[in-house]
Design a protein around this ligand. Structure first.
Ligand SMILES: Cc1ncc(COP(=O)(O)O)c(C=O)c1O
Length: 448
């Protein structure tokens, strides 16, 4: 790590604390590359490769792995000064220069670079956390709402709410509670597409409901990462991601992200960053590095996963409804699917919502790569994963590897005949063939 040149500048200090402040207009380090003015119009795939260029102070093309927990201060004593209250985290960190970090519970090179890229992809300032749930926890600590309205979805998010109910008496309301039950400062937590079905809910509707009462809308957009969905354009105040899923994308890191609408971020960011220091829920340096490495290919991965999921859903649901044109299924495939599959759920099947207009606006770039298949019995659902060769039977989602999960194993709230499918980057034709041979094998085994 290069030593600093001793210049103390507010922009540079803020740039350290998070990636949310524009990078310096001119490079201050020999190897540093400032973003050119035309970067404002770069597309997401380009930004994922270059938004962190100003934070690369070395000549390395590939991001280096930093593991240090502590960082040397400037060598010039004239720029050193005692800590002041105004140096509170997120406000005015006691750092000496843009290339200097202090302690890894505050910031690290890799996580700052990851935040810079995420900010460019989510279009608003981003703070990373050690997991998706720690991001939700941090938001609740920050807002300390009296009421939170939430629907079905990831059971772990409900677990975080239960913890806050225990601590503060916070009340949990149904997602479709009467708007009059909400008051200023309350929170609607909307997960869309929703876990485990991949079905979509109307963000604008819940944004209007929240704002009519002075409450905030947080969208858990984990199941539709960029470029599939931008909840801010439909009224979200906060967008949350379990970065463990598509942002990480390789089933090897935990990460949470809060992105805050620009005008709120002015006030909120210093507090969120300060809280994070004391919650201690930062990503590790290695995870930050994995995040930078992975997010570079986010668009490539997600677009392919989304398209493949759409084709698999088309084939399975087409077999049930008779709409098999273009699916490549034979009559015998259709009969096999009908013997085993009861129902398929995915946002691509919400034709009424598409016609109504909101779904088309919300997911015009494609649907999420997760869907649910309900089989004709619990026993079939328990057995199918063991018959598949290309789908790992495992929880989680969003990685390059396709996964299938007999969902009742981790979520006691869902029907026992439900399987959750997370489509990876394999060729969808191989994935479909694998499912078909799995169904066939079950029909033979159980003599259906
Ligand atoms: C929709 C959703 N939100 C939040 C989380 C929690 O994320 P993490 O496991 O990174 O804490 C998950 C995890 O599966 C999820 O599916």
């Amino acid at each position: 790590m290069a030593e600093t040149n001793g210049t103390i500048g507010q922009e540079q200090q803020d740039g350290l604390v998070s990636s949310t402040i524009p990078p310096p207009a001119t490079a201050t380090h020999p190897a540093q590359k400032a973003l050119p003015p035309q970067s404002a119009s770069w597309n997401p795939a380009t930004l994922a490769m270059h938004a962190d260029d100003p934070l690369n102070l070395l000549t390395d093309v590939a991001p280096p792995i930093h593991v240090s927990t502590t960082f040397r201060y400037a060598s010039d004593p004239s720029v050193l000064r005692p800590f002041r209250l105004s140096d509170r985290p997120g406000n005015n960190f006691p750092y000496q220069d843009a290339d200097e970090h202090c302690y890894s519970r505050l910031t690290t090179h890799s996580t700052s670079r990851l935040e810079a890229i995420l900010e460019s992809l989510l279009h608003n300032p981003c703070v990373t956390y050690s997991s998706g749930l720690s991001a939700i926890h941090a938001l609740l600590v920050h807002l300390n709402p009296k009421r939170v309205s939430i629907g079905d979805g990831y059971h772990g998010s409900h677990g975080v709410l239960a913890l806050h109910t225990r601590l503060s008496g916070m009340k949990v309301l149904d997602l479709d509670c009467d708007a009059n039950e909400l008051q200023a400062g309350d929170l609607i937590m909307l997960e869309t597409p929703v876990n485990p079905t991949g079905k979509a809910l109307n963000i604008s509707h819940y944004a209007e409901k929240a704002h009519s009462k002075g409450a905030y809308l947080m969208v858990d957009s984990t199941f539709a990462p960029p470029p599939l969905q931008d909840p801010f354009t439909h009224g979200a105040d906060i967008v949350m991601h379990s970065g463990t899923k598509y942002i990480g994308g390789h089933s090897d890191m935990l990460c949470g992200v809060l992105s805050i609408r620009q005008d709120l971020a002015q006030d909120w960011l210093p507090r969120l960053l300060e809280d994070r220091v004391f919650l201690g829920s930062v990503m590790g340096g290695l995870e930050g590095w994995l995040g930078v490495r992975s997010v570079r290919t986010l668009e490539l991965r997600v677009m392919r996963q989304s398209e493949s999921a759409g084709r698999l859903v088309d084939a399975l649901s087409g077999a049930l409804t008779g709409a098999t044109v273009g699916t490549g299924l034979s009559q015998s495939d259709v009969e096999t699917i009908r013997k085993v599959v009861e129902d398929v759920q995915h946002a691509s099947l919400q034709s009424d919502d598409w016609k109504a207009g909101w779904l088309k606006k919300q997911m015009s770039n494609g649907f999420g790569p997760v869907f649910a298949v309900s089989l004709k019995s619990d026993e079939l659902a328990r057995r199918l994963p063991s018959k598949l060769h290309l789908f790992h039977h495992a929880t989680s989602l969003g990685g390059v590897e396709s996964l299938i999960e007999w969902r009742t194993m981790t979520d006691g709230t869902v029907s026992r005949n439900l399987l959750r499918v997370s489509v990876g980057v394999e060729d969808y034709r191989d994935l479909l063939d694998d499912m078909l041979q799995g169904f066939r094998s079950l029909t033979e085994e159980l003599e259906l």
